[in-house]
Design a protein around this ligand. Structure first.
Ligand SMILES: NC(=O)c1ccc[n+]([C@@H]2O[C@H](COP(=O)([O-])OP(=O)(O)OC[C@H]3O[C@@H](n4cnc5c(N)ncnc54)[C@H](O)[C@@H]3O)[C@@H](O)[C@H]2O)c1
Length: 327
């Protein structure tokens, strides 16, 4: 919108928040699995580009219920691609993930790293990426796939809030705000300097900038995949320390055994998008990302109104967490 575009946002609101849609955007509630609704949507609006972010994205759930992920992320993706064809939409930017790489073979992870997902979430995103090439060949749909590492942070207006909360930073905030009793730390015996696993964090507004750059350059580029990370890893113990420093609260931590499929270290090389599109994160350090998230959360202690029970209150207990996984 700040770039002069009219935005139509669409979500089935199974986990999204109506309040997180900018008031100047048109909102249409609907499900990617409803192919007819999607086709009708593109008949009602003259769309010239699509950002596809909707997904099932909880990794633990993807191990327990893979069908749900292949339905939403693959079948839903096919429905979307099939709706773009008659509508004549030739520009598509999708949210992909570090989970397409699986267990890292080298660090930092470049886009040409082998692709061996270790969960159905990563596999479903990889399948979607692969389909894009075929639709481009057959129907001329140009695309950019952005493989985010760990997204975090907030803008002044919008922040991160999930029910149940499975992301490390908002989960730590819930402990700081006494909405959750303790933080469960999965894995303290990794081969890292402090034994906790290491992840690469990228601020949500830097991700948004990358989307705008991708859109502006898409016709010139045609088809491309880019990692989005800062190239700097923070261990979970460091994240806890930073949250304690930013919030001024001591976090109670319960060590738990590590879970299968959690690599020790995931750090991105984002050299490709830096060189080709000039993307430069405005938040290179985690402290600034956490500060932005905390500023938003203090103003919205219960998150978004429509889902305003914290996860721990919702089920009366501390939920199983998935704080350390790439999405
Ligand atoms: N958050 C991260 O760290 C991270 C990392 C890598 C990739 N990603 C990807 O970025 C995108 C956004 O992630 P997020 O963290 O905001 O996830 P999220 O789960 O908060 O958002 C996904 C949205 O998709 C909607 N949705 C799900 N299935 C749908 C369907 N069938 N039809 C319509 N809407 C549907 C949900 O209601 C939700 O609003 C996802 O594609 C995710 O895989 C996120």
């Amino acid at each position: 919108m700040n770039h002069g575009h009219q935005v139509i946002a669409s979500d089935n609101l199974q986990s999204g928040h109506r309040e997180s849609v900018h008031p100047q955007a048109i909102f249409e509630q609907g499900d990617l699995l409803d192919a007819e609704w999607l086709k009708h949507l593109f008949k009602r609006y003259p769309v010239d580009a699509v950002f596809h972010l909707a997904a099932e994205s909880l990794i633990d759930l993807s191990i327990r219920d893979p069908g749900r992920f292949f339905r939403s992320n693959v079948s839903g993706g096919i429905n979307l691609l099939d709706a773009l064809v008659p509508a004549g939409v030739k520009r598509l930017i999708i949210s992909s993930t570090a989970a397409v790489y699986g267990e890292p073979k080298h660090m930092p992870i470049t886009e040409d790293h082998p692709l061996n997902p270790v969960n159905a979430y990563g596999e479903s995103k990889l399948a979607l990426e692969k389909m894009l090439g075929w639709y481009r060949r057959a129907h001329g749909i140009n695309y950019i796939s952005l493989r985010y590492f760990n997204a975090c942070g907030a803008s002044q207006r919008y922040g991160e809030f999930h029910v149940p909360e499975t992301h490390i930073i908002p989960a730590l905030f819930e402990v700081a705000m006494q909405q959750r009793e303790a933080f469960q730390l999965f894995g303290t015996d990794f081969e890292t300097s402090d034994g906790t696993c290491i992840r690469d964090y990228v601020h949500v507004t830097d991700i948004a900038d990358a989307h705008v750059m991708a859109l502006d350059n898409l016709n010139r580029i045609g088809a491309r995949i880019y990692n989005l990370g800062n190239g700097k890893g923070y261990s979970n113990a460091q994240v806890i320390e930073i949250v304690e420093a930013v919030t001024g609260h001591k976090i109670k931590v319960i060590p738990r055994p590590r879970r299968p499929g959690d690599p020790a270290i995931l750090v991105a090389s984002s050299e490709r998008i830096h060189k080709e599109l000039g993307w430069q994160p405005r938040y290179p350090e985690l402290e600034g990302m956490v500060e932005s998230a905390w500023t938003w959360r203090k103003k919205h202690p219960r998150g978004y109104e429509s889902k305003n029970m914290s996860s721990s209150q919702a089920n009366g207990s501390t939920p199983p967490l998935d704080e350390t996984r790439p999405k």
